[in-house]
Design a protein around this ligand. Structure first.
Ligand SMILES: C[S@@+](CC[C@H](N)C(=O)[O-])C[C@H]1O[C@@H](n2cnc3c(N)ncnc32)[C@H](O)[C@@H]1O
Length: 236
């Protein structure tokens, strides 16, 4: 198989999230450059509540014991996973976000692994592979290999759970250009003006489900009113 020629872009993506670590949460909490005004912020917060409720309901219904969280970031989802399961293995390429996550979650049942997910090979099998706002950073050319890795990480009867961005012109910072829905790439700016290129693939529930079916997963996906897609994918 030809290796995708995207290493430089993926390195830029890692560098971006390392540099962004101390300002990352402004996106989720709609502060600073992510404050889009009362109306949009209220719509965002309603969608945040929607996906967080969906995650908590999924955990209550399926009761996974061992969870692999891919691209755990600063812990916006780790904090919901850790108190509800026996153990979380939380992987991210950025030591800076892992430090913030550890400080936020402070749980003895979370082990952190610093690794590039495009080189990562799970050394255990899990009841749940969780990825929040990670799949959109997987280039099309690496999609199949990524999901083959997810499959290797899953116990029989286990499943993956995805939360990610829908395409909305108010989801990014005020000084970011709205990315073309189909470009697969976006430019992102930090508070100090530095710019980076990242992979950004905007999936819709139906197209993602079709794409996942082609690599052997049965997906049940939904969308919040404006900002997010979410749902489960089970190996067929
Ligand atoms: C959009 S953030 C999502 C973080 C967290 N899951 C959340 O929902 O807030 C993407 C995360 O992917 C991590 N990341 C970027 N490239 C990576 C790579 N090649 N391998 C592992 N993690 C990577 C970043 O450090 C960042 O924490």
């Amino acid at each position: 198989m030809n290796m995708p020629q995207d290493r430089e872009l993926l390195d830029d993506q890692i560098a971006y999230y390392r540099a962004r670590a101390p300002e990352y949460d402004a996106w989720w909490f709609r502060t600073g450059r992510f404050d889009r005004g009362a109306e949009n912020n209220a719509a965002w917060n309603a969608d945040v509540a929607h996906v967080e409720r969906a995650v908590v309901d999924m955990l209550a219904k399926t009761r996974p014991s061992r969870v692999l969280e891919l691209a755990c970031g600063t812990g916006l989802f780790t904090r919901h996973l850790a108190p509800r399961v026996e153990h979380v293995t939380a992987v991210d390429a950025s030591p800076e976000v892992i430090a913030i996550n550890r400080g936020r979650v402070g749980a003895s049942n979370v082990d952190y692994v610093q690794a590039d997910l495009f080189d990562f090979e799970p050394n255990a099998r899990y009841d749940l592979v969780f990825m929040g706002f990670w799949l959109s950073h997987v280039p099309h050319a690496r999609f199949d290999a990524f999901w083959a890795m997810v499959r290797r990480a899953l116990q029989p009867q286990a499943f993956a759970w995805v939360v990610d961005s829908a395409h909305d012109p108010t989801s990014h910072a005020v000084d970011h250009q709205t990315p073309d829905r189909h470009a697969g790439i976006a430019t992102r700016r930090l508070d100090d003006g530095r710019e980076f290129r990242i992979v950004k693939v905007f999936w819709e529930p139906a197209t993602l489900a079709t794409r996942l079916r082609a690599c052997g997963f049965d997906a049940q996906l939904a969308q919040t009113k404006r900002y997010f897609i979410y749902g489960g994918a089970t190996p067929t």
